[in-house]
Write a protein of this length. Structure first.
Length: 757
């Protein structure tokens, strides 16, 4: 396009970029259970770290989903970078396979790609390079001009951020290795700049990607018509990589035109068909002839990657071309379970909701379109949610139009699921009469929705359900949230009567999160009085409640001093937040927690050295260690499919290396894993809240507490946010264990597979 553009957004914690032989884009990822990401044009992917100062949420708050990383099974973290092998000096059966660099485990991994709809899954085959040297750290690879693979070795014992910014890295110790097959010769003909244009044509099907790509680059400067004609002939008559590289060279040389693009839509090579669509899409609009041919192509196209590219290109086309192409794609049910195409189709429709809403909604005037499996499963809920979340009167009228057009109650239920998601945690805006009428006509609107719509009879019925212990926890919790959003003052007396004797922890948590919004000094004393008798699972929520306002925090301190609460039950991140209230509160904090505010990691080196000597001194029993792990760690961390999800899943982590494991346990704040930073939020109504950032949209910020509950905050109420430098994981996790118990604990934590009795 001869311009800088965003190809795709996100991709996790990206390391390296790699184009394979047909121009697909891949990257490594600093995470587990994958060898990386496969990117398509205009795709939205994971943006690791939604916290302020990191990457933030997607630029489009209505994307409502992200394309997945390539699944690869239970893969330890992490594949630093990946390349697609393509060189004449490498083994024949390695060609096209992925080679990943894993610096944490000091090896390279060879993986096979297999098609998974329009994307890929991977399966590890072997570790062709392994090294027991603790400083061997492969971080980068490249297909070299001589047909081999070059490997960059960082060569450092420690490679975490902490060592780097403390200048503990030696920049002169790096190494470079060459990898090749034993029976293959290196290619020495690497001076393509000395070749004539006719000679360069022969390099377009060279076994080395480096030669093909450089031939394309050099031919791209050619203005000789005879060479252009030779390229056109290669494109039309050859099937493999030569035809595709000839297309790229012709495009760069300015010889690719609309007539040829139309012809290529019938090419036997699916890669050529996809690239013809993509290259024409760079113009941001198709010619009439090409558009009509692409529309016909959608109906017959058998390859999912071509259909995916059509959706990707439609994202940048004007409404009158994009929407008809989406209509054709959504009529096909063979992409129903594709990992990419359904979301790609949604993003095209969403792109035109803002300025061309009527044109998007017109598609749904056809009830047969409503009934298409792709529309039912992937579009209806998202479209309704998008219109309702925007909240403008015209958008809400669009919601009414969809409800009126829905052919069955199943379709209306799909729409209402999207509507409910959009209004969660918010008071309903004033509804246009046409939407209010449609909602009243629902055969059986849920009690939750009726409350949110302001139905007086529903409000009284809902209060009865809230206090009815025979109802399910889910019913009661949903209604507490809905009543709190609709009229919190009216709900409060019911909650105050119910809470002293309520035994359901989930209900107590929901009630406390609602009451927390009220700036009532008397509430702090009530919650402190209830604290000793609250369900155990709800106590951390009650502690957070008392810490959320300066006036209530005094009652928290009183509870500790009276013995109703142990001071170690208060998370260190909560203690840190209490220090921000001012001198008077800070003095009481220092009285109870004398070490509060102490520099993170102080005096840890000696503790780490002592623990290492214990663990390495004798053997431990993983069977005894499992019980210790379950008591001390499993509430927050999952290992072998068991445990909580508050902290990182430990299964894929490098748990055998004490150099990284011991500091992570004894000094957890030294390096907090991305995505698990503790956020502190100050609201305009005087609250201080903390938790993990669970989600962030244009209207809501959702914090997840250590009890797993979500606090939903209206973005308009957010005054400031900051990330705590401290980990929620307590520093004294191993306090009280004997030396033998420590050995048992680490014996279990470091095993490679689950154990059974």
């Amino acid at each position: 396009t001869r311009e800088f553009e965003i190809f795709a957004e996100g991709g996790g914690n990206v390391f390296g970029l790699e184009f394979d032989a047909v121009g697909r884009l891949f990257s490594g990822h600093n995470g587990g259970n994958t060898r990386g990401f496969h990117y398509v044009q205009n795709g939205f992917y994971l943006k690791q770290g939604k916290s302020p100062g990191k990457f933030g949420p997607p630029d489009n708050p209505f994307s409502f989903g992200e394309l997945p990383m390539m699944p690869g099974g239970n893969i330890p973290r992490f594949s630093h970078s990946v390349i697609a092998i393509n060189g004449n000096a490498m083994p024949d059966d390695w060609q096209g396979k992925l080679l990943g660099a894993d610096p944490l485990h000091r090896h390279l991994v060879l993986s096979k790609r297999s098609m998974r709809g329009a994307s890929f899954a991977t399966r590890d085959l072997a570790f062709p390079v392994k090294n027991s040297d603790v400083a061997f750290r492969p971080v980068y690879m490249v297909n070299a001009p001589d047909g081999t693979v070059l490997i960059a070795d960082f060569y450092e014992r420690y490679i975490a951020h902490g060592q780097h910014y403390k200048s503990q890295i030696d920049p002169t110790s790096g190494r470079i290795y060459r990898l090749r097959a034993r029976d293959k010769e290196r290619n020495t003909a690497t001076r393509l700049d000395k070749k004539t244009d006719d000679q360069l044509l022969q390099f377009l099907d060279h076994p080395n990607k480096w030669h093909r790509q450089n031939a394309v680059r050099l031919l791209g400067h050619c203005t000789v018509e005879s060479i252009h004609e030779a390229l056109r002939k290669k494109i039309k008559t050859e099937f493999g990589e030569a035809s595709l590289h000839a297309l790229w060279a012709l495009k760069q040389a300015g010889g690719f035109n609309a007539d040829l693009a139309v012809d290529l839509l019938a090419h036997s090579n699916s890669d050529i068909r996809a690239w013809a669509v993509r290259l024409q899409g760079d113009r941001r609009e198709f010619s009439t002839v090409f558009f009509n041919e692409v529309r016909r192509l959608v109906r017959r196209e058998s390859h999912p990657e071509v259909r995916s590219q059509i959706a990707a290109t439609a994202f940048r086309l004007p409404r009158d071309q994009a929407l008809p192409l989406m209509e054709e794609l959504l009529l096909r049910s063979d992409d129903l379970d594709d990992p990419f195409i359904p979301l790609q189709c949604w993003w095209v429709l969403e792109r035109h909701c803002e300025n061309d809403r009527a044109a998007v909604l017109a598609l749904f005037d056809d009830q047969e379109f409503f009934r298409q499996p792709m529309v039912e499963q992937h579009i209806l809920e998202r479209l309704m949610r998008r219109l309702a979340a925007r909240g403008r009167q015209d958008d809400l009228a669009g919601c009414a139009r969809l409800l009126a057009a829905a052919p069955t109650k199943v379709h209306r239920a799909k729409l209402m699921a999207g509507f409910s998601k959009a209004i969660e945690g918010q008071a309903l805006p004033r509804l246009p009469d046409v939407l209010a009428e449609q909602l009243r006509q629902l055969a059986s609107p849920s009690l939750v929705l009726s409350v949110r719509l302001g139905d007086e009879s529903a409000f009284g019925q809902a209060l009865g359900v809230v206090v009815d212990e025979d109802k399910t926890e889910r019913e009661r919790v949903e209604l507490i949230r809905a009543l709190g959003d609709a009229d919190i003052d009216r709900l409060m007396p019911t909650l105050l009567r119910m809470l002293p004797s309520e035994s359901n922890a989930g209900v107590v948590i929901a009630a406390l999160l609602v009451l927390q919004r009220l700036d009532d000094s008397a509430l702090g004393q009530k919650v402190a009085d209830w604290l000793p008798n609250l369900p155990v699972a709800a106590r951390s929520t009650a502690i957070s409640f008392l810490a959320s306002r300066a006036s209530w925090s005094e009652r928290l301190f009183d509870a500790i001093e009276l013995g109703h609460l142990a001071k170690h039950d208060v998370a260190i991140t909560t203690v840190e937040m209490l220090l921000s209230y001012g001198t008077e509160v800070a003095e009481r904090v220092k009285t109870i927690w004398p070490s509060a505010g102490r520099p993170v990691g102080e005096g840890m080196s000696a503790k780490i050295a002592r623990l290492r000597s214990v663990v390495e001194g004798q053997t431990g029993s993983p069977y005894r260690g499992r019980d210790l792990y379950l008591k001390r760690c499993a509430a927050c961390h999952k290992l072998f499919h068991k445990g909580g999800e508050i902290g990182p899943n430990l299964t894929a982590y490098q748990r055998t290396d004490l150099d990284t494991l011991l500091p992570a346990i004894l000094d957890p704040s030294r390096e907090i894993r991305e995505g698990f930073e503790h956020m502190q939020v100050q609201t305009r109504d005087g609250r201080r809240l903390s938790g993990f950032l669970s989600d962030k949209t244009n209207s809501l910020l959702i914090l997840r507490g250590i009890d797993g509950s979500d606090t939903v905050i209206d973005q308009e109420q957010v005054q400031s946010t900051r990330i705590s430098p401290r980990s929620l994981m307590p520093e004294g996790l191993l306090t009280g264990l004997t030396d033998q118990q420590l050995r048992d604990f680490f014996a279990y934590l470091r095993i490679a597979q689950p154990i059974h009795n």
